[in-house]
Design a protein around this ligand. Sequence first.
Ligand SMILES: NC(=O)c1ccc[n+]([C@@H]2O[C@H](COP(=O)([O-])OP(=O)(O)OC[C@H]3O[C@@H](n4cnc5c(N)ncnc54)[C@H](OP(=O)(O)O)[C@@H]3O)[C@@H](O)[C@H]2O)c1
Length: 277
Amino acid sequence: MTPSILITGAGRGLGPCLVHCYLEAGFTVFAGTRQPSPNLVEQRKGSPERLFEISLDVTSGQSLKTAVTEVGAIVTSLDVLVNNAAILPEAGRGALADLAIDVGLQVYDVNALGPLRVTQAFLPLLEKSQRRLIVNISSEAGSIGNCWRKDEFLYCMSKSALNMQTMILKNLLSPRGFELLAIHPGWLRTDMGGPNADLDPKEAAEGIFLLTTQPRQSGSEIHRPSREAHAVVRSDKIRLIPGGTWHNFERFSSCMSSLLTPAGFDLEARYRCGNRA
Ligand SMILES: NC(=O)c1ccc[n+]([C@@H]2O[C@H](COP(=O)([O-])OP(=O)(O)OC[C@H]3O[C@@H](n4cnc5c(N)ncnc54)[C@H](OP(=O)(O)O)[C@@H]3O)[C@@H](O)[C@H]2O)c1
């Protein structure tokens, strides 16, 4: 039986890039979208028997119920869940004096409650798999230890809530054989990240794919190629090796530390002076 994965927010940005990586690796992929996505048309042509686009709005219990039924009719278990859908509305980004605080209700609903709803709904199917991996796509914006912003309250607060959710789920589900990951994908050239961002979302998707498909106890190495750094995972250790500027690496390693250490990794950062900018 091929491994299976559900990715939310799969129609735009990082989502279709993740779909591509897992399809290429032979997964059966459930791509959750709110409306049929033109970005998945080519992929569907390539692997029609393993790509299922399912209607999924993370704010709607009814939508999730239908999605669970649809997925459950195709597979008897689900190996990996990637909670990727999120929003960053322009109206909720401003400085405190002009901030439309009520926009935060929508941001929190999608970015923090959305992943919890999806995890709750799909838990029975995940529990039937041996892999039992839940990945929450978080952000350095949600890191309290590494907070440097003076605005963007709503998005940052929603991602901090997501990180807390990941920790509580880890406490609850690790004893039942689950693995929980909160991953910062980098600053991405998507609708959310804008055209001046550091990374192509394809590059980030490849890094996430590698982090999530290597067995953690294997002793093997994972290289996460990116402009910011390589992450080398050895058993439960992640070693970060700078690949970009010193400034970026410091930020990157600090973010990875605050996000991945709580998710169960023992992080070891190693600086290579030769790579200073
Ligand atoms: N971009 C960055 O620089 C960056 C940095 C750090 C973390 N992240 C995180 O990375 C993930 C992907 O971001 P991205 O850059 O790919 O964002 P994006 O280009 O804005 O795409 C967001 C996706 O989420 C979906 N979505 C929004 N509301 C939804 C809902 N209620 N139900 C289901 N799907 C919904 C969108 O679907 P529609 O097409 O239907 O709207 C879209 O597919 C997010 O979790 C984001 O917070 C991004």
